[in-house]
Design a protein around this ligand. Structure first.
Ligand code: PEP
Ligand code: MG
Length: 870
């Protein structure tokens, strides 16, 4: 019979798949002798079985749960629902931590019969009744869906009637009234009495946790973090300890290092006389961790010792939850702490230096995508000096964000869809706000500390966040916040500096990111192990320079058409397109030549001998022509044509399906003059730069080839011109001639094509489009449906489809190498910057990947991962 329930003493940290992260770590901590309240874990497999059984708990599982409950009673010497009552918590915990996304119920085992005993045992009626009202509310809300607000409203009403400001002013008698009121609210919402049978409380809570795996916010979180929907959650049932029994109690969260900067210093927050989620929910702004010594002076040293033990044991920074009950410390959770990219690098390098892990492990610990955070601009120092400070909060998650303020998550989502940059401003955030947080450029909260929900989630997403900015007064219902009498309304611009905690008025200017020593160290390690080289797609010398700064070893794609759109050139380009004969076309092309040549000179100078792949003109010509009558009129005047003639020419160029139309090498075949001009520009630029003593390595690339004869035709244009220019100038230009592989026929006849091509570059944007028959410009909408319905797990335009498109690539690479053993192979489609596609490119033996400049570091690390994981 399958085993679905494990006592903490039966598990270990390597059982995350089965026990979930929380369960596996509770087991591990139990086994290394840390003070963990005893309990047991129901497996993720049980969760999946629950879904297979139409969301019903089955008799064998119930039996297994109750037998573990009995063992727990024996261990604690208490009774669940009986004399000396045992109280338990029920918490979710999946393989990957999903902070706040799933459900928790605390204080199970309380009922009308156990309350008097608990009061007698604790001598603290106020505490017991407070715990009971929390339990009724949590059970009602989480398990039965009675709106939390209904309970809150009643609670606030009693407080108001009594004239209290703080919850702590409520007496035991007041809490008795609240308990009765909550029971009535429960009955009204659910249609039956609050369950007095603790076994019913337990089973229904377990079901609620299983069900919460599939709630909306958990699904969104998993989608955002690429976590499979199939993992399921574990359920941890643990005997309760209370941080809210008095002033010798407390609860808190700590990181063994600073999760924002990586500094090796205990970093945490703590509340005296508070329960479980109060810290994370950000309702009260907590105290520094050292202050736990106020309870008694061995607590902090003990805690530091436990933190050291855990970090040594796990060989990584830990995020630890703890509770102090009547002066005794308990550890409730440990997990690998989420951290910013900056901190991730620092911690990984320091752990290598300390001998905890090796370089390989350090590289593998950093998610390539996470580096993205380091590569984006920060506020300009000069602009900051002039900026108007509104207030200062806690620097919860670094980064610089400017945008317009919105107070509701939904409004932020809408604003982002309209192309605005929303800054989400809330009193505090809760898991319901997740989608708005994802869409926001930055997050500002008035309450909560560095370990509040907002801070933890923002750091996980690499999003700028200022938390606990108590100086501002947020009124979500009025959609405004005030500060010293000044009102900031929805739509106003502000700027957040998540690294310092400052909030500024308006938009503050930014500067390029500066990469620190840690970044260079880690990238150096990555390059040592990677086999794939990383190039960048770049159309301008500026892009090329950025790519070099980020460590690119060449340009994998220069899309020459982007140069055609610039000022002054576009009119010559248009003249060339509408020309009715070769002579006029050549005249217009002669005007474009010097521009194009100077573009290439600029790029070659920056690249200093690294290879530069320049693609001959690719897009359909009508993309360069105006569409509106008024613009056509203006162009007609400029070109000295009649409006009607020009309009006819534009109409003639119209295509029903331009992506499969007159583009790519087909243009060079119809208009060889264009390819001739571009060849001249490339070779002349190379000669000019070589004469300055700078080496160059151009690679002339023909797009959209499906047949060897197409490439042969273009070769017959390019090679003679190159040869002639070199002879005329007496300069040898080392250049290569090759093609993109982006048409399925090109891929399956790559052996033939390699007779002419010295290199292949996979254009996986078009190759995906044509292999699937999905228009790359129209597919986004319906691919989302595919993703939602589980037909696709990833968008094939984002990650290479290894089975279909990948098969064509593998076949083409093999055929290419068979024909020409030294053929150079790369990829320049968008996939070149996607870590899982990079892994695939590594597996089929490509020589390099090429991606946008800002993804170069991500690709370098992904290339190292591919080599290490081989
Ligand atoms: C491609 O098709 O993958 C490619 C790089 O070319 P473009 O995106 O310009 O069509
Ligand atoms: Mg293409």
């Amino acid at each position: 019979m399958a085993k679905f329930v494990y006592a903490f003493s039966e598990g270990n940290k390597d059982m995350k798949d089965l026990l979930g992260g929380k369960g596996a770590n509770l087991a591990e901590m139990t086994n290394i002798g840390l003070p963990v309240p005893p309990g047991f874990t129901i497996t993720t497999q049980a969760c999946n079985t629950y879904y297979d059984k139409d969301q019903q708990l089955w008799p064998e599982l119930k039996e297994e749960i109750f037998s573990h409950l009995k063992a727990l009673e024996e261990k604690t010497g208490k009774n669940y629902g009986g004399e000396n009552p045992l109280l338990v918590s029920v918490r979710s915990g999946s393989k990957f931590s999903m902070p706040g996304m799933m459900d928790t119920v605390l204080n199970l085992g309380m009922n009308d019969a156990t309350i008097p005993v608990l009061i007698k045992n604790s001598g603290n009626p106020r505490f017991v009744l407070d715990a009971y009202r929390r339990f009724i509310q949590m059970f009602g809300d989480v398990v039965k869906g009675v709106p939390k607000a209904n309970f809150d409203a009643f609670f606030d009403k009693i407080k108001e009637e009594k004239g209290y400001e703080f919850d702590t002013q409520l007496s035991a008698d007041d809490l008795e009234i609240i308990v009765q009121g909550f029971k009535a609210i429960y009955k009204e919402g659910v249609g039956s009495e609050f369950p007095q049978d603790p076994k019913v409380q337990l089973l229904e809570s377990v079901e609620a946790v299983f069900s919460s795996w599939d709630n909306n916010r958990a699904r969104i979180y998993r989608r955002e973090h690429n976590i499979s929907h199939k993992l399921g959650t574990g359920v941890n049932i643990q005997s309760m300890v209370f941080g809210n029994m008095g002033d010798d109690c407390g609860t808190g969260v700590a990181f063994t290092r600073d999760p924002a900067t990586g500094e090796a210093k205990l970093f945490g927050e703590f509340l005296i006389n508070a329960q479980g989620e109060d810290v994370v929910a950000g309702i009260r702004t907590p105290m520094q961790i050292e202050e736990m010594n106020r309870i008694n002076d061995h607590l902090y040293p003990d805690f530091v010792h436990i933190c050291d033990t855990l970090e040594h044991h796990y060989k990584d920074m830990q995020d630890i939850e703890f509770t102090i009950e009547n002066g005794t410390l308990y550890i409730l959770q440990t997990r690998t702490g989420k951290r910013t990219a900056h901190a991730a690098l620092k911690i990984a390098i320091e752990l290598v230096e300390a001998g905890f892990i090796d370089k390989k492990e350090a590289l593998l610990r950093i998610e390539p995508e996470q580096l993205d955070q380091l590569l984006h601009p920060t506020f300009d120092k000069k602009a900051l000096r002039e900026a108007v400070v509104i207030a200062k909060g806690l620097n919860a998650s670094p980064g610089a964000a400017s945008g317009q303020i919105f107070f509701e998550a939904n409004d932020a989502v809408k604003a982002a869809e309209e192309g605005l940059k929303p800054i989400l401003v809330r009193k505090e955030t809760s898991p319901e706000d997740l989608e708005g947080m994802i869409k926001a450029a930055g997050i500002l909260t008035a309450k909560g500390g560095r370990t509040s929900h907002a801070a933890v989630v923002a750091r996980g997403m690499g999003k700028c966040c200022v938390a606990g900015c108590e100086a501002i007064n947020v009124d979500e219902s009025k959609k405004q916040f005030t500060h010293k009498g000044k009102v900031y309304k929805e739509g106003d611009f502000i700027s957040l500096d998540g690294s310092t905690g400052y909030v500024y008025e308006g938009v503050v200017g930014t500067t390029e990111a500066t990469l620190d020593e840690d970044f260079e160290t880690l990238m150096g390690w990555a390059d040592e192990v990677a086999r794939l080289k990383v190039r960048s797609n770049a159309d301008t010398p500026q892009d090329a320079a950025q790519a070099i700064r980020f460590g690119a070893k060449g340009i994998g794609l220069t899309r020459t058409e982007h140069m055609f759109f610039q000022e002054h050139r576009i009119s010559a380009v248009r003249e060339m397109i509408v020309a009715q004969n070769v002579e006029n076309r050549v005249k217009a092309l002669d005007k474009i030549l010097p521009y194009q040549q100077s573009d290439f000179v600029g790029i070659f100078e920056v690249m200093k001998g690294f290879p530069v792949t320049i693609r001959l003109l690719d897009p359909p010509l009508h993309e360069f022509l105006p569409q509106k009558d008024s613009e056509i009129m203006a162009l007609a005047k400029e070109l000295d044509l009649s409006f009607e003639d020009l309009k006819d020419r534009i109409t003639a160029l119209h295509e029903i399906n331009p992506m499969l139309g007159h583009r790519g090498c087909r243009l060079a075949i119809s208009y060889p003059e264009i390819a001739a001009m571009q060849t001249r520009a490339i070779i002349l630029a190379a000669i000019e730069v070589i004469k300055k003593g700078i080496p160059v390595l151009p690679e002339i690339m023909v797009p959209l080839v499906g047949h060897k004869a197409e490439l042969d035709y273009v070769e017959a244009i390019v090679r003679p011109i190159a040869k002639k220019l070199m002879e005329e100038h007496g300069v040898e230009v080392p250049y290569a001639f090759g093609t993109m592989i982006e048409v399925p026929r090109g891929a399956i006849t790559a052996g033939d094509i390699a007779q002419t091509a010295e290199f292949f570059s996979f254009g996986t944007n078009d190759l995906t489009q044509m292999t699937y028959g999905f228009s790359r410009d129209d597919a986004a909408g319906f691919i989302n449906e595919y993703l939602d319905k589980g037909i696709f797990t990833v968008d094939p335009f984002v990650s290479i489809d290894p089975i279909g498109v990948g098969l064509l690539m593998d076949m083409a690479a093999k055929q290419g190498r068979e024909t020409r053993s030294d053929i150079h192979l790369g990829i320049c489609g968008e996939h070149g910057g996607d870590p899982s596609s990079i892994k695939f490119c590594h597996s089929i033996g490509l020589d390099y990947v090429s991606c946008s400049p800002y993804r170069v570091p991500i690709a370098r690390l992904a290339a190292a991962h591919a080599a290490l994981e081989e």
